[in-house]
Ligand binder design. Structure first.
Ligand code: HEC
Ligand code: HEC
Length: 244
């Protein structure tokens, strides 16, 4: 119960927190224990071994809804990523990385930090992975969309599809993120941060490959990835009444 109250009060503050500063990095010489978020053990493996309970995950998602939206579709401007349909392996690793500060995200950190243990991560991931993906969410639709998508596809097929899959489906087993249908602005931001070494804990091979990409090439790849759809995972056409 205490957790729920905390969840609700945090959820109320959520919108105000969206544009907060990046998380502080532990200054050299300061003990890890004074920066508890950097001292958490790697929970990823432990959470991956747990069986997730979707119902429990849905309840825990009350903490996340104000930012990631009821549909888990994220925000249309790409500030907040879509989580719906993402592989559980990816969701768990990212939640654990954000909780431990490996991936800096001061906006979300307080919400990730109140999760109790690896079981919470497993439950949330089980719930989110089962949600459908809304079509056309965050697609790149500027006037040059067609050229960008074509150029992006050529780049993507050459170096990225080996891991992220020919249709942007990623890999549940290997923990490669599904990129299909993710907001193009979010993808562009992540790729830029990964290329420029501002997102840590990322697969080294991927960092090496993306290192040579120009800003224009990243934009094209983001346009292409956001245009991809995975038919089996898409939400059904609008129904008259939608659950909140
Ligand atoms: C205050 C807003 C906010 C709240 C509340 C929030 N998040 Fe986030 N979340 C974000 C932002 C912003 C990002 C993207 C950060 C970035 O750009 O690096 C993110 C990223 C993520 C990612 C990484 C996605 C990816 O594709 O790599 C996961 C997973 C995630 N959130 C899960 C959750 C869960 C589960 C909760 C609830 C316990 C939650 N978030 C609550 C703002 C929020
Ligand atoms: C060797 C496998 C591999 C290759 C090749 C690769 N990636 Fe990745 N990529 C990953 C992994 C693993 C992650 C998750 C990073 C993490 O662990 O935090 C990732 C993350 C990403 C993300 C962030 C997704 C999110 O939701 O935050 C984007 C975008 C991305 N890759 C795009 C690309 C592009 C574009 C290329 C080609 C230039 C590429 N990747 C090549 C393995 C790969």
């Amino acid at each position: 119960m205490k957790k729920l109250v905390l969840a609700l009060s945090l959820a109320l503050q959520a919108t105000a927190l969206v544009h907060a500063d990046p998380s502080p990095v532990r200054p050299e010489g300061v003990p890890v224990k004074d920066y508890p978020w950097q001292a958490l053990p790697g929970e990823t493996n432990e959470a991956l071994e747990r069986k997730g309970d979707r119902k429990r995950g849905e309840r825990l998602y009350a903490l996340c809804r104000s930012c990631h939206m009821a549909s888990a579709g994220g925000s249309p401007d790409g500030d907040i990523p879509r989580l719906a349909g993402q592989h559980r392996s990816v969701l768990i690793k990212q939640m654990a990385d954000i909780r431990s500060g490996v991936r800096h995200n001061s906006t979300m950190y307080p919400f990730a930090a109140v999760l109790a243990d690896p079981q919470d991560l497993a439950d949330l991931a089980a719930y989110l992975e089962g949600l459908c993906i809304q079509a056309g969410n965050g697609r790149y639709d500027a006037a040059d969309a067609e050229q960008q998508v074509t150029a992006g596809r050529a780049l993507y097929d050459r170096t990225c599809s080996a891991c992220h899959g020919p249709s942007g489906e990623g890999s549940r087993h290997k923990g490669y993120p599904m990129l299909a249908g993710q907001h193009h602005r979010y993808l562009l931001r992540q790729m830029t941060e990964i290329r420029d070494g501002r997102r840590s804990g990322v697969n080294r091979e991927m960092v090496g490959i993306i290192g040579s990409y120009s800003d224009d090439e990243l934009l094209a790849v983001a346009a292409y990835q956001s245009s991809l759809e995975l038919p089996g995972k898409a939400c059904a056409a609008k129904r008259p009444s939608r659950k909140k």
